[in-house]
Every structure is written in structure tokens, then in C-alpha cells.
Design a protein around this ligand. Structure first.
Ligand code: MG
Length: 164
């Protein structure tokens, strides 16, 4: 029997003028984007934390400390790929990744397939193993006011010696 592990990640970034809005490695046209030490891609950060948690390898803040200038302005696809390499070295393969993006605007649906493809390519898995859904916050809280983007992500890891 293959071993399986589930992981959960969450992230939130403030949205500010003068920054690109990065969602799963794709730039979405908008009048503001994520503030952050890296490119601020909350979706990729949540997925990174889900993978690291499932493999019990720590979290994104430990692996890529904000105090380390190496990660300033970093493409979050590089962070995710680096974390994933550690996960694979530990003997795990990805079963699937699922995510919920909380963003008041713009609407994500028309970008969803491009986001799935971007995440799947970064993870080196087929797009059928990756899904993202988007929700607004009904005008309530920091997401609802347009001041932030948040993301919840889950993953399933399967022991690599088993067929996946
Ligand atoms: Mg983050």
C-alpha cells in the first residue's frame, strides 16, 4: 500500500499600487498587486506550504527567510520548485493540489485554465492533478475591500515507490 500524506497551506498578501498581480505564476491585469518580499504570489506560497507541511519539511518562512536578500523580488515559481525538489528528495510525489483563491476583483474564472497550466508546469505534473477555484468575500473584510488576496491550498502526497 502506498503511503499518503495530506498538506494544508494558507497565505495572504496586501494589494498595493505599482505591483503586478501574480496569481499562480500568471500576471493578471489589475490596478494593484501583492506587496511582499518575493513577487508576493499568495497562491504559490500557499501551495508551497501545503507541500512542505505534507512532507513535514517545515514551512516557506523557514526555507526562504524574508531576511535573506536572495529571495527579494523572487519569482515564486522558483520558491515552489525549490521546495518541491526537497519534497521529492524525501520520497514523495504529488497526488493532487487544490486551492481556493479569495479575491474581490478582478474575476479569476477567465484566467483559471492558464493558472492551472502554470502551476502544473511548475510542479511537473499533469493539469488534471491541479485545480483552483476563486471566491469573493462578499465585500466583507480585507479581501472584500480589495486590500488583500488570500489563498488556501491542499495537497496529497503519495510515496514515490508506488505508482501515481
Ligand atoms: Mg506569502
Amino acid at each position: 500500500m502506498p503511503e499518503v500524506r495530506s498538506g494544508l497551506g494558507w497565505d495572504l498578501h496586501r494589494l498595493v499600487a505599482g505591483r503586478p498581480l501574480m496569481v499562480g505564476g500568471i500576471e493578471i491585469p489589475h490596478d494593484r498587486g501583492e506587496d511582499g518580499h518575493s513577487d508576493g504570489d499568495a497562491v504559490l506560497h500557499a501551495i508551497t506550504d501545503a507541500l512542505l507541511g505534507a512532507a513535514a519539511l517545515g514551512d516557506i518562512g523557514e526555507m526562504f527567510p524574508p531576511s535573506d536578500p536572495a529571495w527579494k523580488g523572487a519569482d515564486s515559481r522558483k520558491l515552489l520548485a525549490t521546495a518541491l525538489a526537497r519534497v521529492r528528495e524525501s520520497g514523495w510525489e504529488i497526488g493532487n493540489v487544490d486551492a481556493v483563491i479569495a479575491l474581490e476583483r478582478p474575476k479569476i474564472l477567465s484566467h483559471r485554465e492558464a493558472i492551472r497550466d502554470s502551476i502544473a508546469e511548475t510542479l511537473g505534473v499533469g493539469r488534471e492533478r491541479v485545480f483552483v477555484k476563486a471566491k469573493t468575500s462578499e465585500g466583507v473584510d480585507a479581501v472584500g475591500s480589495g486590500a488583500a488576496i488570500a489563498c488556501w491550498a491542499t495537497c496529497l502526497l503519495i510515496s514515490a515507490e508506488a505508482p501515481v
